[in-house]
Design a protein around this ligand. Structure first.
Ligand code: AHM
Ligand code: MG
Length: 338
């Protein structure tokens, strides 16, 4: 009889453990830290799946069956992440999109890392059942439990791990530790484990899709306009076909597609939003890190995203990310309009 069950599976926890064993001074701290991230993602995944039903129940007066006020999903997701991350004992402080101030961990639970995260990115899409996601970045704090926020207001290239989890038709977690590989895991709901399904993801150097909120185009600068014109109206001599447009409006989903299929995703600066929309510490940096580790590039138009140094925890920056050929063209457009 043939056994159709795979019995030697690479779970996310096993992957992180094996990754850590490569380092002679590894303590297992990152494995524990990542377990708390995984828990947060599984919790959000289960909430996203139930959101509709829970809301329907909540319609009778906006309270749930226990008579408590319904919490919005982004607030709930944030609380879950904060509690799980604190309990791991591996982080000294964290930055969440949902919280204005730095979140300090009680002294007895501090560790050597900092984590920045957006617990439920794209949450405005949730009522339409569109993909949403969690984005996170992890920093090593040179002063450990005594670290101050200055230790993460450094160039993005100092980040040690970046990842996102997409709550879509399946639940996918994509992760890199900066060793030149990006791995994709899929949640197996039957056993509650993330399984390695997309090993060593490489972004194609050139793709066929552009992804940007075209509704902002009347505010774009000339460089941005000329780049997007060039992908839509290739010169007849080039023999190239125009790119296809895809814009979900959920960064995790738009970046995930760009990573797998190639092309360019952008949230540029414009006359209305001088620094674009995306937040440096928990949106731009982790995504730029992942894209670079997968062989692509991420720039603001004129500068590498990972060379930026934020001054405030919620700072924003313009982002163009994608395959090397697309980003070279973006760079050329900005250079010729400088
Ligand atoms: P959010 O963090 O408030 O959800 O906003 C971030 C989201 C990204 O997921 C997405 O790329 C972008 O906002 C879409 O913005 P817009 O609707 O302006 O195109
Ligand atoms: Mg966000």
């Amino acid at each position: 009889m043939t056994d159709h069950h795979q019995t030697n599976i690479m779970t996310l926890t096993r992957y992180v453990l094996e990754e850590q064993r490569q380092h002679p001074d590894a303590t297992g701290d990152l494995t524990v830290a990542m377990n708390s991230v995984q828990l947060g993602c599984k919790f959000v995944e289960s909430c996203v799946r139930k959101a509709r039903l829970v809301n329907l129940v909540g319609l009778a007066g906006n309270t749930n069956v226990q008579g408590e006020d319904q919490k919005k999903l982004d607030v709930l997701s944030n609380e879950m992440f904060v509690n799980a991350l604190k309990a791991s004992g591996k982080f000294s402080f964290m930055v969440s999109e949902e919280v204005d101030d730095i979140i300090f961990v009680p002294e007895s639970l501090r560790g050597k890392y900092c984590i920045t995260f957006d617990p439920l990115d794209g949450s405005s899409n949730i009522d339409a059942g569109v993909n949403v996601g969690t984005i996170f970045g992890i920093w090593r704090l040179p002063s450990g439990p005594r670290a101050t926020i200055d230790e993460i207001l450094v160039p993005g290239s100092e980040i040690i791990a970046g990842g996102y989890c997409m709550y879509g038709s399946s639940c996918n977690l994509v992760l890199t530790f900066g060793n030149g590989t990006v791995e994709g895991f899929t949640l197996d709901p039957a056993i509650g484990e993330f399984i390695l399904t997309h090993p060593d993801i490489r972004i194609p150097p050139k793709g066929k899709i552009y992804s940007v909120n075209e509704g902002n185009s009347m505010y774009w600068d000339d460089a941005t306009r000329s780049y997007f014109d060039s992908v839509k109206y290739p010169s007849p001599e080039s023999g190239l076909k125009p790119y296809s447009a895809r814009y979900i409006g959920s960064m995790v989903a738009d970046v995930h597609r760009t990573l797998l299929y190639g092309g360019v995703f952008a949230y540029p600066a414009d006359r209305k939003s001088r620094s674009g929309k995306l937040r440096i510490l928990y949106e731009s940096f982790p995504m730029a890190f992942i894209i670079e580790q997968a062989g692509g590039r991420a720039i603001t138009g004129t500068q590498r995203v990972l060379d930026l140094v934020p001054t405030h925890i919620h700072d924003r920056c313009p982002v163009f990310l994608g395959g090397t050929e697309e980003i070279a063209q973006v760079e050329a457009a900005f250079a010729s309009h400088a």
